[in-house]
Design a protein around this ligand. Structure first.
Ligand code: SF4
Ligand code: SF4
Length: 220
C-alpha cells in the first residue's frame, strides 16, 4: 500500500493506482473529460489537474499520475482552479455547443471564452479512438494529422472495414453526448440553462471541491 496525502488528509491506496483513483476513493470530486471507466488513461484534456506540493510545486494531470509514497496533493487550490478554468475555456473555444463543456464551465464559474471560437466539434480527448481499439478491438478510427490539423477520422475518409457498427465511438464522446441548442452564445458561453448565473458557495462549505450552481448543490 502507498501512503500519500490529498488535501491535507493522509490516505493509503494500492500501488499502481492513480492520484485520481486515490482522490475518488476519498470522495473528492475532480472533473474529467478524456478519462473514461474501462479505457486506458490518456491525460490529454488536462481538466483533472492537481497541484503536487514539493520544493517546486507543479500542476499534473491526476488521471495519469501514479501514486507515490509521501506525495502531497492539493486538488482545489486557487492555482488548480485557475488552470482548470483556462482549460475549459480553451476546449469551449473548439466546441461551444457541447452541453457537457458548458455545464462544466458553469460549475467552475467560467463566464467568458477569451479565445477565438473555431468550432471543431471535437476536443481530441481520444475516448472514441480508445474505445474502438480497446473495447471493440476494431481500430477503425484514429487520429489523423498534427498540430491544429489533428482530428479523428478513418483511413482515406472511408467507412473502415474493421468497423463493427457498435456506435460506441459516438456513445462515449463527451461532445456528441448532448448538444447545446439554445443558440444563445455570449462570449462563447451559453446562457440557455442559466449558465451565466453567479456560482454560489455552499453555506456550509467544507471546501469539498464541488461547485454549487444557481439551483443548488451540483457536482461535475
Ligand atoms: S462504430 Fe465502428 S468506429 Fe465506432 S467504436 Fe464501433 S467499431 Fe469503432
Ligand atoms: S470525437 Fe468526441 S470522443 Fe472522439 S476525440 Fe473528439 S471529442 Fe473525443
Amino acid at each position: 500500500m502507498i501512503e500519500l496525502s490529498i488535501d491535507g488528509v493522509k490516505t493509503r491506496v494500492e500501488e499502481g493506482a492513480t492520484v485520481l483513483d486515490a482522490a475518488r476513493t476519498m470522495g473528492i470530486v475532480i472533473p474529467t473529460l478524456c478519462h473514461y471507466p474501462g479505457l486506458s488513461n490518456y491525460g490529454e484534456c488536462r481538466v483533472c489537474m492537481v497541484e503536487v506540493k514539493g520544493k517546486k510545486s507543479s500542476l499534473e494531470a491526476s488521471c495519469t499520475m501514479p501514486v507515490e509514497p509521501g506525495l502531497e496533493i492539493v486538488t482545489n487550490s486557487p492555482r488548480v482552479r485557475k488552470a482548470r478554468k483556462m482549460v475549459v475555456e480553451l476546449l469551449l473555444s473548439a466546441c461551444p455547443k457541447s452541453k457537457k463543456l458548458q455545464d462544466l464551465a458553469a460549475a467552475m464559474g467560467v463566464n467568458q471564452v477569451r479565445f477565438k471560437i473555431k468550432e471543431k466539434n471535437c476536443i481530441l480527448c481520444g475516448r472514441c479512438v480508445r474505445y474502438c481499439e480497446e473495447q471493440m478491438q476494431s481500430g477503425g478510427i484514429g487520429f489523423i494529422g498534427r498540430g491544429t490539423g489533428r482530428k479523428v477520422g478513418t483511413a482515406f475518409g472511408e467507412m473502415p472495414k474493421e468497423c463493427r457498427h457498435c456506435g460506441g465511438c459516438e456513445w462515449v464522446c463527451p461532445v456528441c453526448e448532448q448538444a447545446c441548442n439554445a443558440n444563445s452564445l455570449v462570449n462563447g458561453i451559453c446562457g440557455g440553462c442559466l449558465n451565466l448565473a453567479v456560482v454560489e458557495t455552499c453555506p456550509v462549505c467544507v471546501k469539498c471541491s464541488e461547485a454549487v450552481g444557481p439551483r443548488g448543490h451540483k457536482t461535475y
